[in-house]
Ligand binder design. Structure first.
Ligand code: ADP
Ligand code: MG
Length: 252
């Protein structure tokens, strides 16, 4: 797997939906925030991959997205670039005054990325650190099989972008260490693997938490290598007036 960067422009992309924004051809501002553009240069990403060309303007324009693309097609940048770009522009959101006894030391992330495994979550987190460099955004990662106390202390130092596996996130929610009421961006990465691993109920619980009033502002992005019935149902349940992207050969 991986991208052949010599000819990835040849990878066909099919976009379906209402009012699809024009794909970008280069990393440029707008729609990409100028600080993020500098960080993209520092990472030596010279041009967007096909999925990035489409997803960046789609997500920046506020639309929900269902993207099917193979491993190695650059999906991480496909969601990180527009989410961080918009976050950099918007600035920190206000932390609501909650009066219950659990609210002290609680994190209120504005962007949530769910990944199925510890390895994938930490990869996305490491990638995100390159792109939030010199910005106000703080990123945290939370997965099982690692000390939860350390993760909680990191969350308490500030968390705008949270990358997590569903099980550990639910544990942190139960312990009152995270509130999802400020979530503006909800990203489900490797959705098909998530369902294969039996995470569907946990994911549905997390989405409900994001949708607890007054948090009715969720923009959602689903990424998957395949698009079987189960994923179509998630898309129907989680997404609003979404754009469907199919990149290269997609299994079903
Ligand atoms: P996927 O999630 O689709 O499997 P990744 O986002 O992990 O793919 O990207 C695969 C590899 O390609 C990573 O090493 C990533 O850093 C690199 N990459 C992604 N987008 C670009 C780009 N626009 N230019 C150069 N390298 C890129
Ligand atoms: Mg990926």
């Amino acid at each position: 797997s991986g991208i052949n960067f010599d000819n990835y422009d040849d990878i066909p992309v099919e976009a379906t939906g209402d009012n699809i924004p024009e794909p970008i051809t280069e990393f440029t501002s707008p729609p990409i925030d100028s600080l993020l553009l500098e960080n993209i240069k520092l990472a030596r990403f010279t041009k967007p991959t096909p999925v990035q060309k489409y997803s960046i303007p789609i997500v920046s324009s506020g639309r929900d997205l269902m993207a099917c693309a193979q491993t190695g097609s650059g999906k991480t940048g496909g969601f990180l670039f527009p989410v961080l770009s918009e976050s950099f522009k918007n600035g920190p959101s206000e932390i609501p005054e909650e009066t219950n006894r659990f609210s002290r030391g609680k994190a209120y992330p504005t962007a949530l990325v769910l990944a199925p495994t510890r390895e994938l979550a930490s990869q996305i987190y490491e990638e995100s650190k390159k792109f939030i460099y010199r910005s106000w955004v703080k990123a945290c990662v939370a997965y099982g099989g690692a000390d939860i106390g350390t993760q909680i202390r990191n969350l308490q130092r500030g968390c705008d972008l949270l990358v997590a596996t569903p099980g550990r996130l639910n544990d942190l929610l139960e312990r009152g260490k995270i509130s999802l009421r400020n979530i503006k961006y909800f990203v489900l990465d490797e959705a098909d693997r998530m369902l294969d691993m039996g995470f569907e109920n946990q994911i549905r619980y997390i989405v409900q938490e994001c949708d607890m009033p007054p948090a009715d502002q969720r923009q959602s992005l689903l990424f998957s290598a395949t698009f079987p019935k189960e994923i179509q149902h998630l898309a129907r349940d989680f997404l609003n007036d979404y754009i469907f992207l199919s990149v290269g050969k997609v299994g079903s």
